[in-house]
Ligand binder design. Structure first.
Ligand code: 13P
Length: 293
């Protein structure tokens, strides 16, 4: 059933888990994510990032995302990931998205807070949930979509969220979800990730009741650190690279084994879906069971 992100996050808070938030730019990803969520009987968030327009336009993918969400046996929020352009976000709402990340993290604190506050005032009455970002998410996803630039990954602390700013930002804007930076990276990690979990705990302790914390860059973060982040208060985890890169080696082997004989694309698409579902299941199991040994 199509649900607001806010409702899902409240359930996460109540039961101490994190909801998986997966980008679904293809039918195979979409089906893999929905199927995994239904088999685990857990809520899920379907993301479409504004910069994924290069992969699939929102007008094409939104009707599929919302239809799958409505028909799902579990609560599903349909969410814009890293939305930056106001008219684009209005279009997303018109197309049935129940949740928007309005990412003004590239602007000054003041400008970010002012824009997000105005946006919340505008869309909350429509029942739309809002996520913002404070601090910045470093990026190592070059080659995923056009125009993505790699960040300087040598010193991740330069991107970290300041706890006092996070508290003030949440209080002023009234956001439902706040993405914070504490050591994760979008895309591939080049060295062992080291999350500043103490920072998460501190920020969590300063949040107003209605604002929940989000971790981006969920791929490759490692089981123990992911569990620690959830225990410290993370309630939504964005996860994409590990799922989206998993099919390629399997497809490669399949084509190689065919030894020049034709390989039907439909078979490869199905295979990709199965491999991605397995990855999503792995992630969901982890996000649900932060307390288990
Ligand atoms: P990963 O691709 O690193 O899992 O991050 C996804 C993400 O944070 C999307 O916003």
């Amino acid at each position: 059933m199509l649900t607001s992100l806010k409702e899902i996050l409240n359930d996460c808070e109540l039961h101490g888990y994190a909801v998986g938030s997966f980008n679904t730019p293809t039918l195979e990803t979409l089906r893999a994510v929905i199927h995994a969520a239904e088999s685990f009987r857990v809520p899920v968030v379907l993301n479409h990032a504004e910069n994924e327009e290069a992969v699939v336009p929102i007008e094409v993918i939104a009707p599929l995302m919302t239809e799958y969400a409505k028909n799902a046996k579990v609560p599903v929020a349909v969410h814009i990931d890293h939305g930056e352009t106001f008219p684009y976000l209005m279009k997303a709402i018109h197309l049935g998205f129940t949740s928007i990340m309005y990412d003004c993290s590239g602007l000054s604190y003041k400008e970010n807070a002012e824009r997000v506050k105005r946006f919340v005032e505008l869309v909350h009455p429509l029942g739309i949930s809002v996520e913002a970002e404070l601090g910045a998410m470093p990026n190592n996803m070059a080659g995923c979509v056009n125009g993505q630039e790699k960040s300087d990954l040598d010193n991740l602390e330069q991107y970290f969220t300041a706890p006092s700013e996070a508290a003030a930002f949440a209080g002023v804007t009234g956001v439902d979800a706040l993405a914070i930076s504490f050591g994760t990276v979008h895309g591939r990690y080049e060295k062992e990730p080291r999350l500043d979990v103490e920072r998460v705990k501190k920020i969590k302790g300063m949040m107003p009741k209605g604002t929940h914390l989000v971790m981006h860059g969920g791929s490759g973060t490692g089981r123990e650190q992911t569990k620690a982040a959830i225990k410290a208060g993370i309630r939504k985890i964005n996860y994409f690279t590990a799922m989206d890169t998993a099919p390629a080696p399997v497809i490669y082997e399949t084509i190689k084994r065919a030894e020049g004989e034709p390989v039907h694309y439909g078979r490869l698409a199905k295979l990709a879906m199965e491999v991605m579902e397995e990855k999503v299941r792995e992630a969901m199991e982890l996000f649900l069971n932060a307390d288990s040994g």
